[in-house]
Design a protein around this ligand. Structure first.
Ligand SMILES: [Zn+2]
Length: 280
């Protein structure tokens, strides 16, 4: 048996024994699912923006200082449409659901692309802690309502010319009249509505029910952009519970807390293949 096969067997065993299963999904998960933010997928979809602004990938483009709202929204509308609306449910997320659906599980994700929901994960089992591309908010968080944006986004993308949208399509806050933003945590103005707090409460309830139980923490594609949300907590939780196992899939950063080494199963291999191999 190869080393890879041994780790798969260990992971399968841990999953079959687990009473509770917590998935942590990071950017690397959607990348592995085929929704890459760089390379060909980026170049195919953003050629005019790359030529005009020298953009390098969809992650750093989110921070590009566009000079006008018309240009900023031309970029964001295309980004949101591609990743939130045009992308179908991917096989990797669907395989994940079939891996966990017979378990007591919960999902914590930093991904704003709605993939867990598209794959059929129930709303009440997923906490998308960093927001949702499909929602707009007041850029200054003057009120905490969120606005579903599909019709607006599609109108913007179909009227984009020379990397600009028409001024009349620039979204404005219905309360203060100021700028709007996608509902993403990138500054202190991130809006957390009732739905967000409900997700947080469910996540905490789930963590409490896991105390001293056989738990598998399945950490998928979580790097170091926001390690305090999934990566470090999962390591602490594993450390605190001797019945816990951490399964980590990470191409670039497989190593974690030394103290957890015996109860960590790490994979740097292809994540989609790994999830298929772990099916019971
Ligand atoms: Zn406002």
């Amino acid at each position: 048996m190869s080393d890879y096969e041994k780790r798969i067997e260990r992971a399968k065993h841990a999953l079959s024994e687990a009473e509770y299963l917590l998935i942590g999904g990071g950017a690397g998960l959607s990348d592995a699912a085929g929704l890459s933010y760089s390379g060909k997928r980026f170049m195919d979809n953003f050629a005019p923006f790359i030529a005009k602004y020298g953009l390098r990938d969809m992650y750093s483009s989110g921070f590009y200082p566009f000079q006008t709202q018309e240009e900023r929204w031309a970029y964001w509308a295309r980004h949101i449409r591609l990743n939130r609306y045009d992308a179908p449910a991917t096989d990797l997320y669907k395989d994940l659901l079939s891996l966990v659906k017979r378990k007591r599980y919960f999902v914590l994700t930093t991904n704003a692309d709605h993939q867990f929901f598209k794959a059929g994960f129930p709303e009440e089992k997923v906490f998308a802690v960093q927001g949702d591309y499909g929602l707009f908010q007041c850029a200054r968080a003057c009120h905490d309502r969120l606005y579903y944006n599909e019709p607006q986004v599609c109108e913007m993308t179909s009227h984009t010319e020379d990397c600009r949208i028409p001024t009349g399509l620039v979204p404005k806050c219905p309360v203060c009249g100021g700028e709007m933003d996608p509902n993403l945590r990138k500054d202190n103005y991130f809006v957390q509505d009732e739905n967000w707090y409900e997700g947080e409460r469910r996540y905490e309830d789930f963590l409490n029910s896991c105390n001293d139980k056989k738990v598998v923490y399945l950490e998928l594609g979580v790097g170091f952009n926001t390690p305090g949300i999934i990566r470090y907590p999962f390591e602490r939780l594993t450390y605190a519970n001797r019945y816990a196992t951490l399964i980590r899939a990470n191409r670039d950063y497989p190593d974690g807390l030394k103290e957890n080494m015996e109860r960590t199963i790490a994979f740097t291999e292809d994540m989609a293949r790994m999830v298929r191999h772990m099916q019971p």
